[in-house]
Write a protein of this length. Structure first.
Length: 94
């Protein structure tokens, strides 16, 4: 998971948000502090990264497409920047 996240350029906190988990959970998984990760958790992180759950869990099947991961990271950064701009505009109008 760490490799895919780093290729995408997504911080741990952002991946937690995309996967619908509490902040810090990505760090726990990446540091292997959790010996058992539930199937639904693997599926949520795989979906957030746009990769196969089987690859994420067992590195089985084709490796994720690096260009696709980088594009995901770019879309994520653009969406976050747009949300910040909208917040600033709303505050400025108030």
């Amino acid at each position: 998971m760490r490799w895919a996240r780093l290729v995408a350029g997504i911080p741990q906190r952002e991946l937690d948000r995309l996967a619908g988990h509490s902040e810090g959970f990505t760090g726990i998984i990446e540091a292997r502090h959790s010996s058992v990760v539930q199937t639904d958790t693997v599926e949520r992180y795989a979906s957030a990264l746009g990769i196969a759950a089987s690859w994420l869990a067992f590195e089985e099947g084709p490796a994720p497409d690096e260009a696709g991961l980088r594009a995901l990271g770019e879309r994520t950064r653009e969406a976050k920047a747009a949300a910040k701009a909208a917040t600033r505009a709303t505050r400025a109008a108030a």
